[in-house]
Design a binder for this molecule. Sequence first.
Ligand SMILES: *Cc1c(COP(=O)(O)O)cnc(C)c1O
Length: 388
Amino acid sequence: MKIIEADRLKALPPYLFAEIDRKKADLAAKGVDIISLGVGDPDLPTPPHIVERLKEASQNPVNHRYPSYEGMPSFRKSAADWCRKRFGVDLDQGTEVVSLIGSKEGIAHLPLAFVNPGDVVLCPDPAYPVYEIGTLFAGGETHIMPLKEENGFLPDLDAIPGDILPRAKLMFLNYPNNPTSACTTLDFFQRVVDFARDNGIIVCHDAAYTEVYYDDEAPVSFLQAQGAMEVGVEFHSLSKTYNMTGWRIGFAYGNSDVVAGLGRIKTNIDSGIFQAVQEAGIEALTGSQEPVAELRKTYQGRRDLACESLTGMGFTCLVPKATFYMWVNTPEGVGSADFVSRVLTETGVVLTPGNGFGQHGEGYFRISLTVDEERLAEALSRMERLQW
Ligand SMILES: *Cc1c(COP(=O)(O)O)cnc(C)c1O
């Protein structure tokens, strides 16, 4: 029997990293010492008190049964308390918070609740690919909002065409931003709220990196803007804040109708997060935040090292105020794919080509600061030897 895939799989954008993966495997087979600055996955371990809490909670039989899809009341309370303390945002944990099996899960599922075939979803470009793919899986169409350097990598809301607006149902945003590392202001979020209200657009703000910031300048939440609760939700993740990418835990909060819609999709698809992991999540959100301060210091040291070295090589880039990424211009006349491919072949250093995040990422590459300073310095010194 011939197995034929559905059109939605055929419609997926091409996988741009196939060639890099192949090259990487070739080099590894030859014994080349590969340094990966490619993936956005913290190299540091989860803080020990969180791991301890999982150990204890995993031994309690109460936690061995099906969890509730929306999350334990105690987890949602911890999430709401955290938002109040961090952002000054008041949430009803019963109706305005839902737990997620990682924020990627919520982002991918949300369009299923609100997008009909033919509806338009406004997606930034370059961006985390899940916004576009969640849209395609729901049968929606994406309209790209280019993130340009001259606009501080913020979308130009006035540039969205008048014929698109009546069909637009959702808008995705992400600040601090992956891949550009750009941050935003409350003032911009206020303009987004007014724009969304005027045009009947639900705003989904991906806030995965609000805690990975530098120089003591804590990023803002979308929900701090006036009226934001009327128009949207924010996605938060424990993945980057507490080095918990493998644990799969996050939460969405904000407008109760949006939270409820997402919840209805989830009840019909998954059965929530292992309760012992939720207990560990409570520990993360309510326990000592000292490890988060340590993590910021660690990344800041790496950022400073990489900025100095790259600038010395003649590259230009934004000095990140948040995230563990650096978004760097490729040399004049060298495309993203060619640049990354040559660096990999000649130095064994893996970078991510900017166009892997969308067409407007062309002309950039992304460095992920998720290796220790010694390896980072080694990677940079190998790159320094290349002439462009
Ligand atoms: C890492 C990341 C997430 C978080 O994903 P989880 O599913 O919570 O691990 C979300 N958005 C962006 C932009 C990310 O880079």
